[in-house]
Write a protein that binds this ligand. Sequence first.
Ligand SMILES: [Zn+2]
Length: 412
Amino acid sequence: MRAKKSASFDGAVAFAQDLIRIPSLPGEERELTRRVIGEMDALGYDEAHTDELGNAIGIVRGGDGATAMLSAHLDMVAEGDHGEWEYPPFGGVIAEGCLHGRGAMDIKGPLALQVHVAAALRGRTPGDIIVAHPVYEERGGWGMDHLTRVDGGLRPDVVIIGESTHGDIAIGHRGRCEVEIVGYGLAGHASAPDRARNALDLAPAILAGVKDLSAAQETDDVLGRASVVATGVDAVPASLNVIPDRVTVTLDWRILPVDTEENLLARVRDAVAPYLERLEADGWPGARESVEVRVATERQRAYTGVEEERSILSPGFLMEPDHPVVLAAARAVGKPGGDGSGGAATVRPWTFATDGGWTCGVRGIPTIGFAPGEERFAHTNTERLDLDEARWGYERYLELVPAVQSAADRRD
Ligand SMILES: [Zn+2]
């Protein structure tokens, strides 16, 4: 397609302002997606379309070398009380050298840069560039899981995630899993406890097991220590004159890339078993069989109408710091503010989870992160993107994309 618009940093900033003005909570990304596809078409992408979940996918064809995928995400977190913002959350205001508003750095600013960078690189890359911005990143990454699914999904050779790194190269993060430990008893009137079996009696045993589990978490040299903590106890029925027949203890577990759903659940079962045995010995019959361990789920609905019951599990990932793609990325980007000649960029993990858990942790595709923006502004009412840093990031992206494509190619 012939381009109606030429790619540029200033064009990307104007595009980002438009994106900030279109709210896009998870499941409500339709209008934003239309704007993104419109920009890809105007910039002369070879293809621009959405899939059944509403993910935005654009392609700029290059040589027959490795295909790179650039990815941000279409959704945002809620903006909260508008009165608490110095600049309006959906204003797209530029002031004090920064772009302001919800999504300025997480992630509509970087998204806009990626869309323009791919067009600017037309005819200058060893392989195709896929620009894929999925839905539902902020709720566990259903969009990216779907985009890279084994059956019929995209198979890029290397992925660059546009979550803020403040100019560094990110190579991984811990994941997160929400686990529910459910204990079943026998409901009864609170006036006649002998006829009931109080599910709440199971809670201390479960919590004691979780304490042991928490003490036994492993440490990764780069990502740090996994952590697990109980964050809720709910009893059902909730009426205060009824003995509950169900208690649910919920765990927030920051997991390492090696952790799988199966091994997480098995470790919880092992941790609580001795305490439930003791409870049985103390006269709570069948305590062990009365407890079920599962990953929490949530029913999600895409704006296209597709629905799915999703496990609340965001996988972690970690690239080897000396992987050729990481080394090439760090060299291409260079030191913050520089032109790439003054030594390699800092390589480090993110503290938060991204869609890289899906692309690398689950699907095994080499993945790194690079984007301007400071993490401390994410999800806050002072969200902003420094435009000098963004301009530098745009220029570094032009070197970064072909560099990781060449490195990915050499590896195969
Ligand atoms: Zn984000």
